[in-house]
Design a protein around this ligand. Sequence first.
Ligand code: SF4
Length: 331
Amino acid sequence: MSASPSPLLQVENLTKYYPYQPGVLRSSRVWIKALDGVSFTIQPGEVLGLVGESGCGKTTLARSLVRLVEPTSGRILFQGENILERPVSLMKGVYRDMQMVFQDPYSSLHPKQMVIDLVGEGLRIHRLARKRELRDRVLEVLELVGLHQDHLYRFPHEFSGGQRQRIAIARALILRPKFLILDEPTSALDVSVQAQILNLLKRLRRELGLTYLFISHDLSVIEHMSDRVGVMYLGHLVELGKREALFRRPLHPYAQILLQAIPVPDPDRIPPRISLTGEVPSPIDPPAGCPFHPRCPLTVDRCREEIPRWQEIEAEHWVACHLATEGGKTG
Ligand code: SF4
């Protein structure tokens, strides 16, 4: 039996706490727990989808991976190296292989730079090409994302939202990275354009052998794009599994509730039994025990006191819920 390859990315117990002063009269400082002990791996060539409501920590996680946000603790092993031990000034070497595409193509591109400069910036920074060669390499990557020569000397305001996101993807690809972090790459786009960008990302993955961390609040998009799926809630990863297993038989009550919101005619899917109540608690003062217990319809006394263990319930299917048992039952 062949051993599984080393993960391209391994995230271990990652936390990000922000200090917060509740008021001028209160001297004690509290912590906003944006990420609280998140662990997962991504294998070369894999797409890991990450889903959860707004404010669950998805974007903090994405930004932590590229050190736009400095984690409080934990390890990020990329190609075997803990990149948190690198001085931020030396992250440039990591960015050759790891790039990020942001949600909003309107604000992620400098409005006064032409496409050739926006896309070619990485080549300049890394001193990999100049002049004619730089132009040729920019054109090559523009054609890869469905743009062409006429676009080289235009400014971002001359493009539609979908074209701008293509430029942002070209900019991320210019150094031929192995790994892309895609943070809600289609949620700022018109519905009609979203499918085009998703299909482009699928094709690029196939043709270039890319690995993705694909972040979205939209489960249909996550299902379309991912090999495995992680579900986040209030800074915690609460479930992680292969796409088919997670969509057919979600184990965590929160994942079950999220899934029932997508109308898909699949007779094999377990019908919803429970519904979501209340608001997402504040990360300033997260609940004790299971972070989901104030909204969970299956809460028992233990849930209010004890943090559920992260356990592998079936092969490659992990969940943090006291009531999840082997065989995939919750409750
Ligand atoms: Fe619900 Fe308890 Fe499971 Fe948390 S541990 S998801 S509160 S049943």
